[in-house]
Ligand binder design. Structure first.
Ligand SMILES: Nc1ncnc2c1ncn2[C@@H]1O[C@H](COP(=O)(O)OP(=O)(O)OP(=O)(O)O)[C@@H](O)[C@H]1O
Ligand SMILES: [Mg+2]
Length: 337
């Protein structure tokens, strides 16, 4: 008799997620448009794209932190098989912190300004891990030390405004990892940090994924971070995933002109002097509605009339785990691995 093994339930499943902001007196804006991805235990999945493409809004929806008013959320979000959309607030609050944690893009507004940083961490430890008093303090010191905060005993007593931006970012990271979440969302966790601390924080996240099997959603516009950390990458443009593949496949064989543009626009330290940088022209505001065609068309070198003949369908490359939404992709480029 053959034993059929059920595939493990992903830690996070996002399926056809759409988020529309409906402000009174303004046309509704669809910030996220049928986005789907999964993250397994011990896996790092990247969400990459320019400013305003819907990365943070996706993360906030997963955490149940979008306001109830003026927002419509469609599709599915499931954590280890539990549907999160529509879950009672109390249940969601219990999951947040202990099972799902997020490193917010803006630590100053995510930390409570009137509570010392140490207490914010010990409160988490007490609520979710039952640690109190000296035990909680000792753990908080250890956590701050782990994210590279010097003199952690003293820093515990400081308020967020007394810390530098990078320091706050690290305190935020310490808080997010304090309860050993199964899913961690890191929203541009290293943007405010200098490169040495950046490397340290990425190492810490990598360690967490490898030793604890944490599922990590890494949100970034930095393809260097993606190259160093992500197993799989979703490239977002104007709220839609335009290309998705494992990291090596995406870097070796990028198909969508937006992805190739992103890759080309990375400045190279070893490039010849005087060679101009290669930005993608225009801005994310030069948009076509996805319903009418490819939103990237106005900025695309390969634009043709058929790009505006309706929503580009998802195309799967034969034989590989790689999909994209481009009706006019460049001739199959050489696969460089
Ligand atoms: N509360 C809100 N009300 C209305 N529109 C919003 C709201 N929050 C976000 N948006 C819009 O949703 C879109 C996506 O925003 P989001 O913050 O997810 O971008 P992002 O990809 O995280 O960008 P960045 O790299 O700058 O952080 C933007 O056009 C933004 O203006
Ligand atoms: Mg953001």
């Amino acid at each position: 008799m053959t034993v059929r093994r059920e595939p493990a339930t992903p830690v996070l499943t996002v399926e056809d997620l759409s988020i529309t902001f409906t402000q009174r007196g303004a046309a509704p804006t669809r910030a996220v448009d049928r986005v789907s991805f999964e993250i397994g235990a011990g896996e790092v999945v990247g969400l990459v794209g320019e400013s305003g493409c819907g990365k943070s809004v996706t993360a906030l929806a997963v955490m149940g932190l979008l306001a109830d008013r003026n927002v419509e959320i469609g599709g599915r979000i499931a954590y280890a098989g539990t549907e999160l959309l529509g879950l009672p607030r109390k249940r969601m609050r219990d999951l947040r912190g202990a099972d799902l944690a997020m490193i917010f893009q803006d630590p100053l507004s995510a930390l409570n300004p009137v509570v010392p940083v140490g207490r914010q961490i010990t409160e988490m430890l007490s609520r979710h891990r039952g640690l109190r008093g000296r035990d909680a303090d000792a753990e908080a010191v250890q956590l701050l030390g782990r994210v590279g905060i010097p003199d952690p005993e003293r820093r515990l007593k400081e308020y967020p405004h007394q810390m530098s931006g990078g320091m706050r970012q690290r305190a935020m990271i310490a808080m997010a990892v304090s309860c050993g979440p199964r899913l961690l969302i890191a929203d541009e966790p290293t943007t405010a940090l200098d490169v040495t601390i950046q490397a340290q924080v990425l190492e810490l996240l990598k360690d967490l994924v490898e030793t604890e099997g944490t599922a990590l959603l890494m949100i970034t516009h930095d393809l260097g971070v993606v190259a160093g950390l992500c197993d799989r990458v979703n490239v977002l443009y104007a709220g839609r995933v335009v290309e998705a593949a494992p990291r090596h496949e995406l870097f070796g064989n990028p198909v969508h002109p937006y992805t190739t543009g992103l890759l080309r626009s990375i400045p190279r330290m070893d490039g010849d002097r005087g060679v101009p940088l290669n930005p993608i022209r225009g801005s994310v505001n030069d948009l076509v509605a996805w319903a009418d065609g490819c939103a990237f068309a106005p900025r695309c070198d390969r634009y043709e009339l058929e790009c505006l003949a309706g929503t580009p369908a998802v195309t799967e490359l034969p034989g590989v785990d790689h999909e994209h939404r481009c009706v006019n992709p460049p001739g199959t480029p050489a696969v460089v691995r």
